[in-house]
Design a protein around this ligand. Structure first.
Ligand code: XLS
Ligand code: NI
Ligand code: NI
Length: 438
C-alpha cells in the first residue's frame, strides 16, 4: 500500500540528549531509558490526537484555517480519509510513538444519512486496521463525536428529546464496534454537550438519570462484544455548555458511584480542563488516584490569562513535575496513556511545526518524570511529608486512626494537652526541593 510521503525531509525523530541543538530531536524523551523500573515508552504510552493533528486546520472564530495540508485536498470523502490515515501513520512512525486516539468523525466525514455514515466508518476502519497491522501502531482509545452536529445542540444522552438520545446510542454503538475492531485498549466519553445552558428549561435530575442509564447500556453492549478495556470519562467544567455535568474528577467519581459504574469506568484527566475547573492538574490526578480511578491523561496546557480551552502543547516543567510525583506514587495509569490533546497555533504553518510541538510535549513529560523519580528516591521530600503526620503513627493518634477513640476521648486529650505549639507546613521548603531537582 504505497502512499505518498507527506512530511518530506523529516526523518525519524531520535533521542540526542539535552546537549543537542537539533530542534528535530528529543532532548529528554529516550523511549528505552528505564526510570523507576520501567521504560519511558511503557510509562507514557504517548498517543497523538487525530482531531487536532490531522483534522484541525488552524481555524478560529475569526477566520478560516491557515494550514492547508496536503492530505486535506481530495474531494471524495473516502480518498480524503485514506490520505489522512496515511499522513497520520507516517507521522506517528516518524515520531516513534506507539498510539493514536480518534473520534468517529475524525476518521471520515459523517455524510448525510446514518446508514451512509455506518458504511463509511466500516470502510475506513478496515483501512486503518491494515495500517495498524503494517506498522504495529496501536489504538489507545476511541470515542464518538456527539457534540459537533447541530442535532446534539441540547446534548446527546442528556438530550430532552428521546430520539436524539437514541441517535447518539446508535452512533456510540458504531464507535464501540470500530474501537473493538481496531483492538482499542480503552474507550472515552467526553460529555461534549452533556450539561445545560439554563436551568429554567432543564430537568437536571432526569437528565443525569438518563446519562447513567445510557452509559450502563454502552458498557453492557461493549462487554457483550468481548471488549476488555477500560471506559474513561473525561471531565470538563464548561465549554461548550455553561454547566457540564462531568464538572471535575470529584463530581464524576460521585456520579459513577451513584450509577454503579465505578468498576468499569476510570477518569481521563485533561490538564486544561483541570485549570478551567479552578483546580491544578495534580489535584485532579490525586483525586482520581485516591479513588483508584487514575485512568489516562490528555496532555496540554491552557492559558493562565484567559478562560477557554486553548489546547496548547505542554511545556510547564514545574506543573508536570508535580504531576509526575502523583503519577509515580499512584503506580502509573490504569490502562491509559498520555494523549497529546493539543494543537499547534494558528500561525504555526510549517510542516515541521507539529513535530516540534510533540517533541516539546514528550520532552516536558520525560524531564518531569526523571525529576520526580529523583525527588522521591534522593530528596527529603517523602520523609518531610510523612513527618507532618507522625503524630498519627503511635499513641492516641494511632488509636484514632484505628477507630478506637470517641469524641469524649478527644475532649479528654484536649484537656490534658492544654495550649498547643504551632507546627509549620514548610510549603516553601517543599517548593524549593522541586526546583532544586529540576
Ligand atoms: C474537548 C475534549 C475532547 C476529548 C475527546 O475539550 O478534550 O477533545 O478529549 O472527545
Ligand atoms: Ni481531551
Ligand atoms: Ni479539551
Amino acid at each position: 500500500m504505497a502512499s505518498q510521503e507527506y512530511f518530506k525531509g523529516i526523518d525519524n525523530i531520535k533521542y540526542e540528549g539535552h546537549l543537542s541543538d537539533n530542534p528535530l530531536a528529543f532532548k529528554y524523551y529516550n523511549p528505552e531509558q528505564v526510570v523507576a523500573g520501567k521504560t519511558m515508552r511503557a510509562h507514557f504510552k504517548f498517543a497523538i490526537a487525530y482531531w487536532h493533528t490531522f483534522c484541525g486546520q488552524g481555524s478560529d472564530p475569526f477566520g478560516s484555517g491557515t494550514q492547508n495540508f496536503a492530505w486535506d485536498r481530495a474531494s471524495a470523502p473516502l480518498q480524503a480519509a485514506k490520505d489522512k490515515a496515511d499522513a497520520a501513520f507516517e507521522f506517528i512512525l516518524k515520531m516513534g510513538f506507539d498510539y493514536f486516539c480518534f473520534h468517529d468523525f475524525d476518521l471520515i466525514q459523517e455524510g448525510t444519512t446514518f446508514s451512509e455514515f455506518e458504511k463509511r466508518l466500516a470502510t475506513i476502519t478496515e483501512y486503518i486496521k491494515q495500517k495498524k497491522a503494517e506498522t504495529g501502531i496501536k489504538l489507545l482509545w476511541g470515542t464518538a463525536n456527539c457534540f459537533s452536529n447541530p442535532r446534539y445542540m441540547n446534548g446527546a444522552s442528556t438530550n430532552p428529546d428521546f430520539n436524539v438520545l437514541a441517535r447518539a446510542g446508535g452512533q456510540i454503538k458504531l464507535a464501540l464496534d470500530a474501537t473493538i475492531t481496531l483492538d482499542g485498549e480503552n474507550y472515552v466519553f467526553w460529555g461534549g454537550r452533556e450539561g445545560y445552558m439554563s436551568l429554567l428549561n432543564t430537568d437536571m435530575g432526569r437528565e443525569l438519570d438518563h446519562m447513567g442509564q445510557f452509559l450502563t447500556m454502552a458498557r453492557d453492549y461493549a462487554r457483550a462484544q468481548g471488549f476488555k478495556g477500560n471506559f474513561f470519562i473525561e471531565p470538563k467544567p464548561m465549554e461548550p455548555m455553561k454547566h457540564q455535568y462531568d464538572f471535575d474528577t470529584a463530581t464524576t467519581i460521585g456520579f459513577l458511584r451513584k450509577y454503579g459504574l465505578e468498576k468499569d469506568f476510570k477518569i481521563n484527566i485533561e490538564v486544561n480542563h483541570a485549570t478551567l475547573a479552578q483546580h491544578t492538574f495534580q489535584h485532579e490526578m490525586e483525586t482520581a488516584a485516591n479513588a483508584d480511578m487514575l485512568g489516562s491523561l490528555d496532555a496540554n496546557r491552557g492559558d493562565y490569562q484567559n478562560g477557554w480551552d486553548t489546547d496548547q502543547f505542554p511545556n510547564n516543567i514545574q506543573e508536570t513535575t508535580e504531576a509526575m510525583l502523583v503519577f509515580l506514587k499512584a503506580g502509573g495509569l490504569q490502562g491509559g496513556g498520555i494523549n497529546f490533546d493539543a494543537k499547534i497555533r494558528r500561525n504555526s504553518t510549517d510542516m515541521e511545526d507539529v513535530f516540534l510541538a510533540h517533541i516539546g510535549g514528550a520532552d516536558t513529560f520525560a524531564r518531569a518524570l526523571i525529576t520526580a523519580d529523583k525527588i522521591i528516591t534522593s530528596s527529603a521530600y517523602d520523609k518531610l511529608r510523612k513527618a507532618r503526620y507522625s503524630s498519627f503513627d503511635s499513641g492516641k493518634g494511632q488509636d484514632f486512626e484505628a477507630g478506637k477513640l470517641d469524641l469524649k476521648d478527644l475532649y479528654n486529650i484536649a484537656q490534658e494537652n492544654g495550649e498547643l505549639k504551632l507546627q509549620s507546613g514548610k510549603q516553601e521548603l517543599f517548593e524549593n526541593i522541586i526546583n532544586q531537582y529540576i
